[in-house]
Ligand binder design. Structure first.
Ligand code: MRU
Length: 341
């Protein structure tokens, strides 16, 4: 499997997801500002992968700091972390990683702090790999032999720098010998479903049928879907889930058709500081992503377009949240608080 993010002593290698599936192109980055740009331009994307890339990016930024003492070093490190905080607002893994990196900036001299930051970034990466593997095996229990699973956007190894979340659950079910198939929504505007999920599932040998976003209701209503499994970018303390735009619509249609709607996410995606999904910041991206498909214009020039990148699914539509610490069901405020750190 290709690595979405790889630390190669003082440089970060990123698989450029914007070029997939046609080109497998790696970028070797030595300047932390280029890591931040790669996150902003979604060359690396998906909540856990953004957190991991930012952690390594901060470690990279720290290496280039020239400071006489710890206080001077920390002042410059704060500029580095602020650059990352300004990249993408919705995925909370980014902000968790920034906080963990800040806390790890400890040492009796500057070189010791720099080493501590590389170690911390590696630990964050390792933790995501383990968490996504664990939640996938736990979540696979919900998938029965013969199931057809609908998924949205991309929540596989590319999005997690690990095993995957929604696709991790699907992969683990297949590994357990269950015969399953997947319906993947293309996920406009940036087509993560068509470009990335279809590609990852084909590589895993898991049968996948690609549909446009607007076809999902048709397949649910025709009894062709046994469950929906998606990832998450941020989960509030009450179980409201921010995920790729279109997720809310899928959840409502799933409920109308009595189809279980599962969210798979590591606990690093849960934001216990937010009481509900109303407080989750939603990223607004360039309307050009809507008026164009891969740089080809598809709308009249100058037409107004909107581009919220995420939506919030109220917890009442969520049948279960699959985490590495267990499968959580309603009432979410009480059940999630049990797994808070
Ligand atoms: O805008 P993206 O491609 O970063 O959005 C990704 C998603 O919404 C994923 O579903 C989510 O991050 C879960 S990834 C394990």
């Amino acid at each position: 499997m290709l690595q979405a993010v790889e630390w190669l002593d003082n440089k970060l290698r990123i698989l450029d997801q914007s070029k997939l599936p046609h080109e497998q192109f790696f970028i070797d980055i030595v300047d932390y500002r280029d890591v931040a740009l790669a996150i902003e331009q979604m060359r690396v994307r998906g909540a856990p992968a953004i957190g991991v890339a930012a952690a390594y990016g901060i470690a990279l930024g720290a290496q280039s700091i020239e400071a006489e003492n710890g206080a001077e070093f920390l002042a410059q490190l704060s500029q580095v972390t602020q650059t990352f905080a300004a990249t993408r607002p919705t995925a909370v893994n980014l902000f968790q990683a920034i906080e963990e990196m800040k806390k790890a900036a400890i040492g009796s001299n500057v070189s010791e702090i720099k080493r501590a930051l590389v170690d911390q970034a590696r630990q964050i990466h390792h933790k995501e790999v383990e968490a996504t593997r664990q939640l996938s095996y736990l979540g696979a229990e919900l998938i029965q032999d013969g199931f057809t699973i609908l998924t949205h956007c991309n929540a596989g190894p590319l999005a997690t720098a690990g095993y995957g979340t929604a696709l991790g659950v699907i992969k683990a079910a297949q590994e357990q010998g269950k015969r399953i198939s997947v319906i993947a929504t293309e996920t406009r505007p940036l087509l993560q479903g068509a470009r990335l999920t279809a590609w990852e599932l084909k590589q895993e040998g898991i049968p996948v049928t690609l549909v446009t976003d607007s076809m999902a209701g048709y397949f649910m209503n025709r009894g062709r879907i046994n469950c929906v499994v998606v990832g998450a970018d941020r989960i509030a303390a009450n179980g409201d889930v921010a995920n790729k735009i279109g997720t809310y619509t899928l959840a409502v249609v799933a409920e109308a058709n009595d189809i279980p709607f599962y969210v798979a996410a590591p606990t690093s995606t849960i934001d216990f500081s937010l009481a509900s999904g109303d407080e989750i910041p939603i990223e607004e991206r360039d309307p050009r992503e809507v008026t164009h498909i891969q740089e080809v214009p598809i709308a009249p020039e100058g037409v107004k377009a909107a581009n919220p990148a995420f939506d919030v699914t109220p917890h009442r539509y969520v049948s279960a949240i699959i985490t590495e610490k267990g499968i959580i069901r309603q009432p979410y405020t009480r059940e999630l608080s049990k797994i808070a750190k």
